[in-house]
Design a protein around this ligand. Structure first.
Ligand code: NAD
Length: 496
């Protein structure tokens, strides 16, 4: 049985822990590897290595840092198929989706290679006579990242490339549910030239996360995961004096206006609700059907019925398994609660049969209409292939409905009206807004954002905003005298 190692000071080492957890293929229940719940001493050793490496890494020239990420992006491209196979085996999503997961992370690696144009200060000449003021964007020191199971390639790649490119050193804590593809990406990062101690990896659960939050030598923490854990991490790490950013849970709504291109809107909605089995923080899980669009439910249900539910390795699969048996039980029990709460079950995915994979954690596409706030299926993030349909009479009513939900991660509108789209983008209080784009995850030229309960901390996880997050601004005000007489000869102004 493969045991996943820790990476401490450039060495892959076996944990001395007595606690191991199985990494399980969610389509078959095959145990693929075991992951350690690292000890506090091992976490401390990783932080100590990162702290020591920072002394020289922070002085490493920009071009040297950038070139590592040029090499890493090339290595990721060369290994794309193999990485996707590992990701699908441990996470369940289709191979095409796995490549998408890796590709969206690769884009951040490409962006990290541009660090020379991103980490630049400002300069103002003559703020007073002969006095200039300028800023330095200096790295913070040791930073840490804690990542979720649903994008085990993209989200680690949101974090360590940008932190390290800025001159920081890093301790990564991947999801214990699917740490294998993350480990492969870190191997490639070492091959690309990241020096010993600059990138370290520890595995584990709450105890390891809490140690990262408390450790006095860690300056900043990036977290992506559920709202419950993210709120805990934000509070605990902030209390310990760290800079913290937490990207958290979601309940993403789409508005479907009756003037939308029906075929396109329903196809996109179906893909965004059920793709990756709904295990995307940007999945569209609530559709607000305005006016005549409420007549489109039978066609939406018909489209959802055509989706193929199977293992991510099977050709033509649209909907893979949920990450674990307990996730499947949770989603099934929420569907039961939806029925009990009085929503209309238009399509029930609970009894789906998947030939050849009868042990898999499958739930088929499920659609409820007549959903209202106060029902568990509306109030909770289901994180499964369940779409809730809500009716509204007008665009104003639909916008008010979305803004009343506590979450603000992603949203979309389907319409052919520019005026309606513009009103929506202006009035909606959500971080990522799509106009006829169902999952509007920004490319790294911009930053991922998030409003209200979906995010704590003010700066986004990649793009320009994360350069601010991973650096500290130092402001220098300087005067150079060129006339020794003016200072009474006390200051040496010779430029040698
Ligand atoms: P999770 O919160 O359970 O786990 C995230 C990380 O926290 C993991 O590394 C895990 O080991 C750790 N953790 C779990 N329980 C902990 C505890 N009690 N104390 C300390 N650490 C703990 O999240 P998940 O189930 O892996 O991922 C799914 C969630 O992530 C969903 O809510 C989804 O919306 C969210 N997510 C958000 C974004 C975003 O950008 N907003 C992106 C992806 C996923």
């Amino acid at each position: 049985m493969q045991r996943i190692p820790l990476l401490i000071n450039g060495e892959w080492v076996q944990s001395q822990t007595t606690q191991w957890r199985d990494v399980i293929n969610p389509a078959t229940q095959q145990v693929l590897a075991q992951v350690p719940m690292a000890t506090v001493e091992e976490v401390d050793a990783a932080v100590a290595a990162a702290r020591q490496a920072f002394a020289s890494w922070k002085r490493t020239p920009i071009g040297t840092r950038a070139r590592i990420f040029l090499r890493l992006q090339q290595l990721i491209r060369e290994h794309m198929k193999a990485l996707a196979a590992v990701l699908t085996a441990e996470q369940g999503k289709t191979l095409a989706d796995a490549e998408g997961d890796i590709f969206r992370g690769l884009e951040v690696v490409e962006h990290a290679a541009n660090i020379g144009t991103l980490q630049m200060g400002e300069f103002a000449e003559n703020v007073a006579g002969g006095v200039d003021t300028y800023t330095l964007m200096q790295p913070l020191g040791v930073c840490a990242g804690i990542t979720p199971f649903n994008f085990p390639a993209m989200i680690p790649l949101w974090m360590f490339p940008m932190a390290i490119a800025c001159g920081n050193t890093f301790v990564l804590k991947p999801s214990e549910q699917d740490p294998m593809v993350t480990t492969k990406l870190v191997e490639l990062a070492l091959e690309a030239g990241i020096p010993a101690g600059v990138l370290n990896v520890v595995h584990g659960g709450p105890e390891v996360v809490n140690r990262l939050c408390d450790h006095p030598d860690i300056k900043a923490i990036s977290f992506v995961g559920s709202s419950k854990v993210g709120t805990h991490v934000y509070q605990r790490a902030s209390l310990a004096g760290k800079r913290v950013q937490c990207m958290m849970g979601a309940k993403n709504h789409a508005i479907v206006l009756p003037d939308a291109n029906k075929e396109q809107a329903l196809n996109q909605l179906t893909g965004a609700a059920f793709g990756a089995a709904g295990q995307r923080c940007m999945a569209l899980t609530v559709a607000v059907l305005v006016g005549e669009a409420q007549q489109w439910i039978p066609e939406l249900v018909a489209k959802a019925r055509t989706l193929k539910v199977s293992a991510g390795t099977e050709p033509g699969t649209d909907v893979g398994p949920l990450i674990s048996c307990s996730a499947k039980e949770r989603v099934q029990s929420l569907i039961e609660r939806g029925v009990a709460d009085g929503a209309t079950l238009e399509l029930d995915g609970r009894q789906v049969q998947v030939a050849g994979f009868d042990q898999g954690n499958f739930v088929g596409p499920t659609i409820f209409s007549g959903v209202k706030p106060g029902m568990a299926i509306y109030d909770q993030e289901i994180f499964g292939p369940v779409l809730c349909l809500v009716a509204a009479d007008s665009l104003d009513e639909a916008i008010d409905f979305i803004n009343a939900n506590p979450n603000g991660n992603g949203t979309a509108i389907f319409t052919q009206s520019g005026a309606a789209a513009r009103k929506f983008q202006e009035e909606i209080d959500v971080g990522q807004v799509g106009i006829n784009v169902p999952i509007p995850v920004p490319v790294p030229l911009f930053s991922f954002t998030g409003s209200r309960a979906s995010k704590l901390g003010d700066l986004g996880p990649y793009g320009k905003q994360v350069v601010l997050f991973y650096t500290q601004t130092k402001t220098v005000t300087a005067r150079w005298f060129d006339d020794p007489a003016s200072t009474g000869g006390k200051v040496n102004t010779t430029i040698s």
